[in-house]
Design a binder for this molecule. Sequence first.
Ligand code: SAH
Length: 491
Amino acid sequence: MLLTITTTHQPATDLGYLLHKNPARLQSLEITGGQAHIFYPEATPERCTAALLLDIDPVALVRSHRGPAGEGFALEQYVNDRPYVASSFLSAALVKAFNTAMNGTCKDRPELPEVLLPLEATVAVMPAASAEQLRRLFVPLGYEVETEAHLLDPTQPAWGNSRYFTLRLRHPALRVRDLLSHLYVLIPVLDRGDKHYWISREEADKLLRRGGEWLPRHPEREFITRRYLRFAEFVNPTLERLLADDSLDEETPETTLADFPADAVGTLAGASESPEVVAEASAPANGEVPVKQNLHDLRLDRVAEEIRRLGAKRVLDLGCGEGKLVRRLLKNGTIEHILALDVSWRELERAQQRLHVAEMPPRQRERLTLTQGSLLYHDARLAGYDAAAVVEVIEHLDESRLAAFEQVVFARARPGAVLVTTPNADYNQRYEALAAGEFRHHDHRFEWTRAQFAAWAAGVAARHGYRVRIESLGPEAPEVGAPSQLAVFEQ
Ligand code: SAH
């Protein structure tokens, strides 16, 4: 397993001070399971690279009972990926080798740790479910991510790719300790084979220490926390409150939402895409502090209300995410059946948990079907519904695939009414955290102005025999309109 860190900051050899390791010397340390070697393949004033090479001995792992349990095949204890992949051994080695740097101290050059440097890191190899997963974890931290997939077996190309990638990260301006803390936390998150990574309560503290500055703003913070801590019973409640989505939406919007920049909140799927606290409800009569309502709740409430007005009995929630709309729809007694569909298995699992489907009384459970599917392919299960909600979904589809979406929903499924919401790009200039032309969420493929949305909606309605009206969602601002928009199509 090899990690290299390169900078072109001038003089590049400052990296040696930062890492507290002399570029001229090879150093070796004992770590659990083997040895770590630190050396510099290049060290010039223009460019300097430090390398951390782990030499893990799988047989020693077995002897120290830290190796794979051998549940897989007979020789798994001896023939396994531990020597080659980035795993918690690398995290442990980072702390041991670069402790001073990780703590942000530099005796000889105290100002250096705060300096933002152009940094590149290469990890060979990183286990991951997909290249997309690597992007999801590192792109929100500001890295340019390059991945190289490796075949499972170069002599058998038909077997396809393995779960191992060479990962290259580039950041234009970052503190060395940030890079180290990102790797320290995310490596064990990515390595599912790391079953013997022992979780103690101290791990929660470590995660807070190493991730405290950046994790609360990471869109995948909940996934990262759960995977880092592995077992729910060890999830420290404080940490959970700090990092879980829940603390960022319904329960306590007033304390957190406003603090997050628009592009930093929400999962990849956009499930809690709600940085925008938009309305202060008038002070309740009971004298409690007024509750700020976030934009996403406002959209969902509006759509649920519209479905109630339509008197729909059979309702589709297309791109249902974690089920925030479903929760509202279940409260509407007129609705007999809800089919909630999403392409993401992970979102569906979350929906299942958040809606407590397993504990629902049978009659309630029968009202709901949660199912996986894509809105880009015809799906006969979608026919025969009174209304369909498509809340904050279209902007996650490639614009070139919208014609397929249109066919699936408006030509084939043909619900009595279709409610589509999407951000209003005209409003984006109001978000200080968004640079011009930037989207509110990193998975958005486009964001439309009011004129663009209206033109698309009118075209769809005309082509498929629907009437359409468009409403704004959220408080109107002069010139730019409201933050979000809703199109109501009716047959
Ligand atoms: N409607 C939910 C979630 C919005 S986020 C809410 O308002 O809270 C967008 C959702 O669309 C994600 O859950 C994502 O997985 C889903 N999605 C993206 N592409 C999709 C596709 N092709 N088919 C179905 N769902 C899709």
